[in-house]
Design a protein around this ligand. Structure first.
Ligand code: SF4
Length: 447
């Protein structure tokens, strides 16, 4: 938890020398607490006070990075319990297992099926982030071979999962330059696993059966010199996982309890692909930083990735598309021209309905700061002037010769003013864009 002004004041020299530009040490402390001043501005602050202030200023949840430098994964560094308080920073890392019992073509096909889990949604590419190599065979050689195959066949970040320090050493020897996340370090293997993590500069997965045992384990691992730690709870039902993950997050973020101030990881092994998707989505919501599943079915992944995208979008910044004219199909000078707003969800819904109509068209996207049609209209971000300006800026006069503009049915009320402002004939389209195909075929073409 951040220090208050008075707590900071106690650590300052209290000479009121004014070298920092403030009249008193107390005034400087208050500015520091509000992040309006820097500690370096006080030349007389002691080294001990500097260390205490730096420790207090460290984020409550550590940022952990792993994966090869050109495709690095970041997790942790969250600051709030709930999205509406500010925003979530690092989307849950989604990983899929690869068993080291697989060999040859089977192993290659499994890795390639994971690589292909990529989709585009409202203009954004969403994909799986990591492959978790599981030492199911119990053999160090098989584990190292599978880890090497993943490294050679995939760009994704690697997670190495074994109970055996010997197997881990063998696998890390093949993949260290890809900076894998390694584990499982239990109270029994913590020292040996921490040694491998420290020597190879890898983050370490700490696993225990309770929150209390985890907090003791992270202290033990830290004492071995490993700072980048990921937490995982063993053998719990989904209900208990959700309860304990919330507890860990609250202790880390609300109480600044440093032994639990790390990202978390969960494994979803049971059930069919749909059940795994449902479990994983629950864990994405509350509050797993990394979720590992066995399923590779694209339908399950699309659901998980969509849930993740929705939860980790910034509630204060709607996802937007670039304001401009988008041709759909191969429109010519007789093609219909319609406008919508630059809220991504609105644009892509309109776009898919226009595409479905198979009528080549132009969609003019008006900049409404990422708000939907009705929201923009109510907030006066969508009016005859903004539409006329967008038409001029994007030179729609040069695209079509009919001078007709189709407007969303919900803003039919602006027709008159828009005709005055542009000199174009305004045609009121349907309220719901799902009706656009019918409208384009039955009203536009007849017109
Ligand atoms: Fe106090 Fe340091 Fe500012 Fe001097 S420079 S007034 S000691 S905070």
């Amino acid at each position: 938890m951040a220090l208050t002004g008075l707590e900071i004041f106690k650590l300052l020299p209290k000479t009121n020398c004014k070298k920092c530009g403030m009249p008193t040490c107390l005034a400087f402390a208050m500015q520091l607490a509000q992040k309006r001043a820097k500690l370096e501005d006080c030349p007389d602050v002691s080294e001990e006070a500097k260390q205490q202030l730096a420790a207090a200023a460290a984020p409550p949840m550590r940022l952990v990075e792993f994966g090869r430098p050109d495709n690095q994964v970041q997790t942790g560094a969250e600051t709030v319990m709930f999205r509406h308080e500010e925003k979530f920073y690092n989307p849950t890392v989604l990983a899929v297992t690869v068993s080291d019992k697989l060999t040859g073509q089977d192993l290659k096909e499994r890795i390639e099926s994971i690589n292909s889990l990529q989709f585009e949604r409202i203009g954004v590419r969403i994909c799986v982030n990591a492959i978790a190599v599981m030492n199911d065979s119990g053999s160090a050689d098989a584990f190292a071979t599978a880890a090497a195959a993943v490294k050679d066949t995939s760009e994704l970040a690697i997670i190495l999962v074994t109970e055996s320090p010997d197997a881990m050493a063998a696998a890390v020897a093949k993949t260290a330059d890809s900076s894998p996340l390694i584990g499982r370090a239990t109270p029994d293997t913590a020292q040996a696993m921490a040694k491998i993590a420290k020597e190879n500069n890898c983050p370490l997965l700490a696993v225990a059966e309770s929150v209390e045992a985890l907090s003791e384990l992270t202290e033990k691992i830290k004492a071995e010199g490993v700072e980048d730690i990921v937490l995982s709870l063993d053998g719990l039902s989904l209900r208990d996982q959700l309860y304990n993950l919330s507890k860990i997050r609250a202790l880390a973020l609300k109480k600044t309890f440093r032994p639990l101030g790390y990202p978390t990881m969960s494994f979803v092994a049971d059930g069919d692909a749909d059940q795994q998707a449902a479990y994983a989505t629950s864990l994405i919501c509350k509050h797993s930083s990394i979720v590992v599943v066995n399923a590779v079915e694209p339908s399950a992944f699309l659901a998980m990735l969509t849930a993740r995208m929705n939860i980790f979008s910034d509630p204060q910044k709607p996802i937007q598309v670039e304001p401009k004219v988008y041709p759909i199909g191969e429109p010519n000078v007789n093609a219909p021209l319609m406008f919508t707003t630059n809220f991504s969800l609105t644009y892509y819904t309109v776009e898919s309905d226009v595409e479905a109509s198979r009528v080549p068209s132009y969609i003019l996207v008006v900049d409404t700061e990422g708000t939907s049609v009705l929201t923009a209209y109510s907030g006066d971000k969508l009016n005859e002037k903004t539409v006329a300006d967008a038409m001029a800026k994007h030179n729609v006069e040069g695209l079509v010769k009919h001078r007709k503009l189709i407007i969303p049915g919900y803003v039919a009320v602006m027709s008159g003013k828009l005709e005055e402002a542009t000199g174009w004939e305004v045609m009121v389209g349907p309220r719901e864009c799902a009706m656009l195909p019918k409208y384009l075929h039955e009203v536009w073409k007849k017109d």
